[in-house]
Design a protein around this ligand. Structure first.
Ligand code: SF4
Length: 299
């Protein structure tokens, strides 16, 4: 089937040793069957170290070192597996990160996750989030679907790119059109939820507790809020199988947009870092994502 991606997708290259928040630190990496078979053929030299570095209990994964670093990350921030054997020997997760895929019927879409600082820099620096083009083919069977999430997404992007209304009004039009309002819960209720979420870094909870729904005129850095919202919609709403699911994901995306806008108002961190933190803490945690989505149903 045909593979599509946003225009910015091809700009991405991992910045490896220049990355300040390397995905090779702090994440437990599962090793897939195919990679295990390849590693089993490497009987000498560094190959032996790769085998020794895997914990085979339950799902095989690389055992992190005491400082949470991947055992194959060298002191200069480069991957020893790539250095010794080339990218072809990376496991699936390392090869694909920070990419994600969504199938919509007979087409596949690929994108970049903003928990990766380089992907985040690229995505927040472009207005062309609505330019999605064919980039190749992927081997996958088509699925029959009655619902095309891309049509709703296109409508939201059309609203977001309007020049005749301000950003606050664009959000209000989206809330109204899809019947999804983050203000369904009070700020106090959202902050109660934020307080109960799981965090990789406790200081991020403090930042998120500045959440406020209030839509301000000429909000600081609102062009970045718009791009963050467009990103979340591309990533999450696109995978909806029907209208209800689309609205559930839209609720999640609209909450994340308000969380970003609130944090930007109070934090000295860059907009890029705030977006990256929200991605890492919220959308990469299934539990946190589910808790946020559930808030809309409890009303
Ligand atoms: S987070 Fe992104 S830029 Fe940094 S090491 Fe991982 S893939 Fe490369």
């Amino acid at each position: 089937m045909k593979l599509y991606a946003p225009k910015y997708y091809k700009e991405f290259t991992c910045i490896a040793d220049k990355c300040k928040h390397s995905c090779c630190i702090g994440w437990e990496i599962d090793v897939d069957e195919e990679a295990l078979e390849k590693y089993a053929t490497l009987e000498n030299g560094y190959g032996k170290k790769i085998i020794k570095s895997i914990d085979f209990e339950e799902t095989p994964h690389f055992k992190l070192l005491k400082n949470d670093r991947c055992p194959h990350l060298d002191s200069t921030g480069l991957c020893k597996i790539i250095k010794n054997f080339g990218e072809g020997y990376l496991c699936h997760i390392c090869r694909e990160h920070p990419r994600f895929y969504n199938q919509i019927g007979d087409r596949m879409e690929v994108g970049l996750g903003i928990s990766c600082e380089e992907a985040c820099r690229i995505i927040l620096n472009t207005d062309e989030y609505d330019v999605i083009t064919e980039i190749g083919e992927i081997c996958q069977e088509a699925e029959a679907v009655d619902f095309d999430s891309a049509l709703h997404r296109k409508e939201i992007y059309r609203i977001l790119s309007r020049k005749d209304v301000d950003y606050k009004s664009k959000l209000e039009i989206i809330y109204e059109k899809f019947g999804v309002y983050p203000s369904v819960c009070t700020d106090e209720e959202w902050r109660g939820l934020i307080d109960s979420l799981e965090y990789l870094d406790a200081s991020h909870k403090k930042l998120f507790l500045n959440y406020s729904f209030e839509l301000r005129e000429n909000e600081k850095n609102e062009k970045y809020s718009e791009r963050v919202l467009a990103y979340f919609i591309y990533r999450h709403c696109s995978k909806a199988w029907d209208e209800t699911e689309f609205r559930e994901w839209l609720g999640f995306c609209l909450f994340c947009e308000r969380l970003f806008a609130s944090a930007v108002m109070v934090s000295k961190e860059s907009v890029f870092e705030i977006a990256r933190i929200i991605s890492e803490e919220i959308e990469y945690s299934e539990d946190n994502t589910n808790e946020i989505t559930a808030m809309y149903f409890e009303k």
